[in-house]
Each structure stands twice: as C-alpha cells, then as structure tokens.
Design a protein around this ligand. Structure first.
Ligand code: HEM
Length: 541
C-alpha cells in the first residue's frame, strides 16, 4: 500500500520498472533514503508537468530502478558518457540514485551549462548540501549568488600579481625542503603522497598564512583529513547520516573555523597585518553596500579555498609528473628549456618572470589538464524548464556538462589520448587547435558577474577551469604553484621514472569527487650532481 502511494511521485523511468520490483524492496529502499526520496518526489512532480511543454531528452535505459545507471556511469564515467553520446547525441538523461541527470556534451553543451541563466539553473541547489557542512554557513553556495560573486571578488584581489610573485620563492623553498625526504643521490619515493602533502603545505603557506602553515604538521593535517572525508560521493547523496565520518566532519569544520578566527584576532591584537596572503585581504574586505565581510564568513571562505584548491592542484601535479615519468623525451626537453632560461646556472632561484618564459612547461600543464581534468562533471539544478538543443530539460533535473569529454574528442584532438604537449605550441597547421586558443581570448561575450570581467567563450573543447559566473578564480595561483613545483623537481632530478617501467602509468580512480590517480605511484630517481663547494647542481642537461 505504501508503495502504491509512493509510486505516482516517482519519475517515469522508475515507475516503468517498478512493477518488476517487490514493493517491500521498493519501500525499504525509499525508507532508507528519505532525503533522496523527497528530492526525487519534487523532481518527479515538476518533470511530469514540464514534459507536456516540450520534447524530453532521450533517456538512457537501465535495469535497476532508482539506482539507474549509477554503477555503469560511476565505474568509468568519461568512457560511458562518450558511448552514450554516440548512441543518443549531445543531450541525454539517465537516472542515478533517483536523480535525473541530463548531460549536454560538446561545445554547445558546455555553453548551455556554464553560461545558463541564473533564473533557469542553479549551482547553489546542486552543490550546497555537499559544501555547506564542510565550508560552513553564509559563503559560496550558502548565500545569494550576487553575494558569492562579491566573495569571489575578494579572493581574486588576494591573488594579485604582486602576491603571486611573492609566492614563488616560498613554494620553491617548501619543495626543496620537502624533497629532502627523498634521500640520497638515487632512490625511490611515492609521488602522489609527496604532491598531496606539498600542495597543502604550499597553499597554506601562501594563501592561509604562515600561522596555518606552522600548525600543519600537527593539528591542521588531521582537521583537513576529517573535512576531506566529508567531501565524498556519499555526502552528495546524503547531507546527514548518523555515521562517525559525518560527526568528525562537523567537529573538524568548527575547529578549523576557530583556528582562522584565532589567527585573525591575534593579527588584529598584535597589529601584524602586512601579510601577503588571502586571509589578510578577507580580513579587510567590504561588500559594496558598505558592510564588512564578517570574520566567521572569512573563516568559512578560507576553508572553501583550501578544499577547492587542494585535490585539484595536487592531482594535476601528480598526473603531470606521471606523464613526464612516462615520457623521458619530454622530461629531457623540459630540462633543456629550464637550463637555458636559468642561463646555464642550476643554482639560480626561480622567479615569477622566469616561470612565464617556459612555454613547454606551460604546455605540459595544459596537456595534463586536457587529459586529466580533476573536475570531470559540472552540475547545476534546473529551476525552471529550460530548452536546450531542441529538448526541454524539466525543473528538478541535474543539468551537467563534462568539458573533460570535449577535451578527449577524437574529432577535435589528433591522437586524443596521447600526452603531446607540443600540440599547444605548434598550432600553425591545425585549425582546431587555433579555434580553441581563439576561444580562450574571445572577448565578444565578456561579462562581469561581480568579480571582474570573465572573457573567453564557453563554446569550447578546452575548459578545465570552467567558464562564466562560476569560473575558477584559483587558476593563476594553481599555475604558479604547479610551475614552481614542477620546475624545481626538473632542476633537482636528472632522471625521474616509474620503478616498474613506463607501463606502470597510474589508472584513473573515479571513486571520489575528483579524478585521482590510483596509488601508490612509485618513482625511482637520480639527483643531479652537486658542486661540493656551493651545493648547487652542476651537470648540464
Ligand atoms: C571553480 C577547476 C584550482 C578556487 C572551478 C571550476 C572548475 C575549477 C572546473 C568551475 C566549477 C563549476 O562551474 O561548477 C580547477 C582546477 C584547478 C583549480 C582544474 C587546479 C588545477 C583552484 C584553486 C582555488 C580554486 C587553487 C583556490 C585558491 C575555485 C573557486 C571556484 C572554482 C572559488 C568558484 C566556484 C563557483 O563559482 O561556483 N575550479 N580549480 N580552484 N575554483 Fe577552481
């Protein structure tokens, strides 16, 4: 009887399978997931009303109601999406854990999601149940969009060229210091762990302040870990569950916010306010209406930045160094590029301007982000029915783009799965690559959403940092961080290879929100010869 009452509220796709499922199983499933069931009921109600107004996108078939295509999508999402695209075209819907996910692929799909109207689609409704418990209240997706856009403006101001310039020596010193753990002239080390630890050390030193960095080895690392555990796919499905990981997440959120609040209080009390970090900028920030960003909002924003920048940068660094380990020819070319720019002096420190003169290093990071974009799905929730590619996507659906699929498109990229950084440098005979590069600087539809003008077209096959109002503001920092770390490693190590040979290239792990490399990634290295007097590396490449 209960099942009979629930059924009318379920999406059509679930209803059509429900007759094959025992009512007990159906009710048990729904009882176990009240939050999902509620959102599902809402989405079903709206989808049935809007379906009358237009043609729904094609629906991918599935065998198990409610779960839908969750397993096949979850195991290898990018391949699966590419397969569905071949079968259904650039727009299709599938069921995933009671939610209706509509993917729109290709440049037009990217544009539809990334430049969708605020009145039609909402990032806040898609992400807030996941992010609020980790970041805290009143920031990012837990505030109105115009307020969030102002918060992005504050952070962007903190990532000024002047500040970025001052970060290069800090990141270089952290990297050299960290890799003293890889001892001896030759040896073996685990890459993913090293880059994860180094990323949090450098990000906290540059963005959060030296007080956070000095606490990192003790309390902060554990807090970070507990918060991170609140950022798993299960948290996307269930905002609250009586599980220890959820409790630890909530405790860590409070402690981390308190840590930032204490630092702000201490800085004000001692007058030590001349810091080049984002925290300092947030402490002094005013909204346009004259009110101040409160300390608790600043603390929550700092947590948001920590989480937004950690896995994205650390996995990109790990993938990039893995590509270099698998491609010793590129590693050698990179060595020569750096050696020449250093004027043949390995002991010369890196600086911001020098990093700008390393086109091959730039291209290696670009190519890494093409093949291994950490964020492979960008989601919005449809607020009112929206027409895309001749179909109507009903309110309640999740509307998703996957720039990562566009970035592997064989119609656009020659030999799409190969790591070929030079494709970004020698574009004279390649109309597709020229088109992509032109799209990046296209100012025709440039718009200021409240955090400075965002140029570049979202109708593109290369968008690792997104586009439009939700575009990444961390890109300049990520590039400075990654370039400094990778250049320092290239300067330090003469050889850098997988212990098990080139075939040991790590597989993609899609089980977390960010595409990680499967671990461990064991590297064998040889350091450059050092001068006994100066301690500087002496050998030419
Ligand atoms: C947004 C990617 C590093 C802060 C985004 C988005 C993408 C992205 C794809 C758009 C999300 C959406 O539209 O839903 C990356 C990649 C990074 C990186 C690939 C590194 C390689 C960072 C860093 C920070 C950061 C280091 C902070 C210092 C942000 C913020 C947003 C954002 C604040 C805005 C979210 C919004 O407006 O909804 N990033 N990111 N990111 N990222 Fe990054």
């Amino acid at each position: 009887q209960v099942a009979d009452q629930v059924l009318p509220y379920l999406p059509e796709a679930v209803q059509s399978h429900a007759s094959n499922v025992s009512p007990v199983a159906l009710v048990a499933l729904l009882a176990a997931v009240p939050a999902a069931a509620a959102s599902l009921a809402a989405s079903a109600a709206s989808s049935s009303s809007s379906s009358r107004k237009g043609r729904l996108p094609p629906h991918v078939g599935h065998w198990v109601p409610f779960l839908g295509s969750m397993v096949s999508f979850g195991m290898r999402p990018l391949d699966w999406l590419a397969e569905q695209r071949k079968q259904h075209g650039d727009i299709f819907t599938f069921t995933m854990f009671g939610r209706e996910m509509t993917y729109v692929l290709g440049p037009d799909g990217n544009h539809a999601v990334l430049n969708g109207k605020l009145a039609d689609i909402s990032a806040e409704l898609a992400y807030n149940s996941l992010t609020k418990p980790v970041f805290g209240a009143d920031v990012v997706y837990d505030t109105s969009n115009p307020v969030f856009m102002e918060q992005k403006r504050f952070v962007k101001a903190g990532l000024s060229a002047e500040n970025l310039r001052s970060y290069v020596p800090l990141i270089e010193a952290e990297t050299l210091n960290y890799f003293t753990r890889w001892q001896g002239q030759q040896g073996e080390g685990e890459l993913a762990k090293a880059l994860a630890e180094l990323t949090i050390m450098t990000a906290s030193r540059c963005l959060m302040g030296e007080e956070v960095r000095s606490n990192l080895d003790e309390s902060v690392a554990q807090l970070y870990h507990d918060l991170d555990q609140g950022f798993q796919p299960i948290n996307f499905l269930f905002e609250k569950l009586p599980l220890p990981a959820y409790r630890r997440r909530d405790i860590a959120q409070k402690k981390m916010a308190d840590l930032f609040l204490d630092i702000m209080k201490e800085r004000r009390a001692t007058g030590r306010t001349n810091n080049n970090d984002v925290l300092q900028v947030l402490m002094d920030a005013d909204y346009k209406n004259g009110t101040k960003l409160t300390d608790i909002e600043a603390a929550h924003l700092m947590i948001a930045l920590l989480m937004a920048g950690q896995h994205t940068s650390s996995t990109t660094g790990t993938w990039c160094m893995s590509f270099l380990a698998a491609n010793p020819d590129v590693f050698a070319e990179l060595t020569t590029e750096l050696y020449n720019e250093l004027g043949g002096d390995w002991s010369r420190p890196l600086d911001f301007d020098l990093l700008k003169r390393l086109p091959l290093l730039d291209a290696c990071i670009r190519e890494t982000l093409r093949l291994r974009s950490p964020i492979y799905a960008i989601m919005r929730k449809v607020v009112r029915p929206v027409e895309i590619m001749g179909h109507v996507v009903p309110a309640g659906h999740y509307l998703c783009a996957s720039p990562a699929v566009s970035q592997r498109d064989p119609e656009v990229y020659e030999d799409p799965m190969a790591f070929k950084p030079r494709r970004w440098l020698d574009t004279s005979n390649n109309a597709q690559m020229q088109k992509i590069l032109r799209a990046e600087t296209d100012m025709a539809a440039a718009e200021d959403f409240g955090f400075g003008v965002v140029g570049g077209s979202a109708r593109s096959n290369y968008l690792p940092f997104g586009a439009g109002r939700h575009r990444c503001i961390g890109e300049p920092f990520a590039y400075v961080q990654l370039k400094t770390i990778i250049a320092t490693l290239v300067r330090e190590f003469a050889t850098f290879e997988f212990v098990m040979g080139p075939e040991a290239f790590p597989k993609e792990d899609f089980t977390s929100m960010i595409v990680m490399p499967e671990k461990p990634i064991m590297i064998k290295y040889t350091r450059r010869e050092r001068s006994p007097l100066s301690g500087a590396a002496v050998a030419a490449p």
